[in-house]
Design a protein around this ligand. Structure first.
Ligand code: NAP
Ligand code: G4F
Length: 340
């Protein structure tokens, strides 16, 4: 039985990856931060099948301990301060966790079990002010947020430990991936949660920032399969994981309201833009500059050809299915008093 250690197990990707590895017969270990109220986050439903170890990415001793206890064959480093907007409010904590935390994990592996295979959760945010469209493994990086800068360190230190110490270490450069388990501060879930509330008469209007920014959105369930595939190859390497489609935030809003039977009519422009419910004439979307970022990533669209050719990876859940699943789930949670 193979053993896997997942950092960030309580998050969106941690939960889908845990399900995938349990299905494949792995013994799954996960590191968890101590909180004042015990909270298993997205793995509450499978908590009895997981071996939890209290640890923190900023505490190398705790990561060494996690390696000693788990004796993991595969380590998936998904833990991060993952919300870009917060990285301007907490740049140092973001760097400690998302940059130095990666070195901490790599050192723990090197010290305890250097033959363990390592996956690093790199990100399309590293492309930032994009130098090429679409972005691929060879596209130069230009991060636009403290989060992107910290993740770029994590990306390069992973490559460096592969080259310096011959570790089997890979980075997945994953483009935005969402799901029913996405945190509610991220724009997709913020939208689908608001659509459910507006549909059920519990909210009047959704306030958003930059409606023009474009993202390449896939489903997390598809993306965790790519993480696993990367660690099953003969040689370690880095891969872009994306859908090769891009849409504006405004298009996501349209698609989400459509799933609830509401058609939006857009009016105005810039900070004065608003969306009306075509049927009732009520304003249900407006722009609030408080959600603008100090520096924006205008467009992301990835080319997953390398992953498709070398890993045999394919995206299975389409954009429309992703949006529909999220909206239906939020309406279900709200209708049944289950939303958090
Ligand atoms: P997420 O839902 O925000 O989960 C982040 C996880 O990291 C949580 O389990 C969180 O634990 C944990 N964590 C945060 N700080 C920690 C620390 N100091 N020590 C230990 N654990 C800590 O993120 P996600 O969407 O699943 O993303 C997974 C990874 O992929 C992240 O590294 C993210 O940056 C990266 N990524 C995500 C995307 C995307 O679109 N989703 C795209 C590219 C890359 P708590 O429950 O204690 O907060
Ligand atoms: O959903 P977002 O917060 O995701 P963002 O910044 O693209 O980051 C996500 O994807 C990265 C991969 O590229 C990950 F590495 C990262 O961990 C995270 O998962 O924002 C998406 C876009 C941005 O351009 C933002 O300015 O939506 C725009 N936006 C417009 N209004 C908004 C809002 N974003 C949020 N969160 N809230 C708004 O009201």
């Amino acid at each position: 039985m193979k053993k896997a250690l997942i950092t960030g197990i309580t998050g969106q990707d941690g939960s889908y990856l845990s399900e995938l590895l349990l299905e494949k017969g792995y013994e799954v270990y996960g590191i968890m931060r101590r909180k004042s109220v015990v909270d298993y986050g997205n793995v509450e439903h499978i908590k009895d099948k997981i071996n939890f170890i209290y640890a923190d990415m900023t505490d190398v001793i705790s990561l060494i301990n996690a390696m000693k206890i788990s004796q993991a064959d595969e380590v998936y480093n998904l833990a991060a301060q993952s919300f870009v907007a917060t990285s301007w409010e907490q740049p140092l904590a973001t760097a400690d966790i998302d940059a130095l935390g990666v070195t901490n994990m790599l050192e723990a592996i090197r010290t305890v079990k250097p033959d363990a295979r390592f996956y690093q959760a790199s990100t399309s945010e590293m492309f930032g002010l994009v130098q090429e469209i679409p972005q691929k493994e060879t596209t130069p990086f230009y991060p636009r947020s403290p989060y992107g800068v910290a993740k770029l360190y994590g990306h390069w230190i992973t490559k460096n430990y592969r080259e310096s110490y011959n570790l089997y270490a890979c980075s997945g450069i994953l483009f935005n991936h969402e799901s029913e388990r996405r945190g509610k501060e991220f724009v997709t879930r913020k939208i689908t949660d608001a659509v459910a509330k507006i549909k059920l008469g519990k909210l009047d209007c959704l306030e958003l920032g930059n409606l023009d920014s474009k993202r390449d959105w896939g489903h997390s369930m598809d993306y965790v399969k790519a993480m696993w595939l990367m660690l099953q190859q003969d040689e370690p390497d880095d891969y872009v994981i994306a859908t090769n489609e891009t849409r504006t935030v405004r298009e996501f809003v349209d698609a989400a309201f459509n799933c609830a039977g509401i058609e939006i009519e857009w009016n105005g422009s810039g900070i004065n833009e608003f969306g009306k419910d075509k049927a009732t004439g009520k304003t249900i979307v407006k722009v609030n500059p408080k959600f603008f970022r100090p520096a924006e990533v205008d467009i992301l669209i990835g080319d997953p050809a390398k992953a498709e050719n070398k890993l045999g990876w394919r995206r299975e859940i389409s954009f429309n299915e992703l949006v529909e699943r999220m909206v239906k789930n939020d309406i279900y949670l709200l209708s049944n008093g289950l939303e958090k």
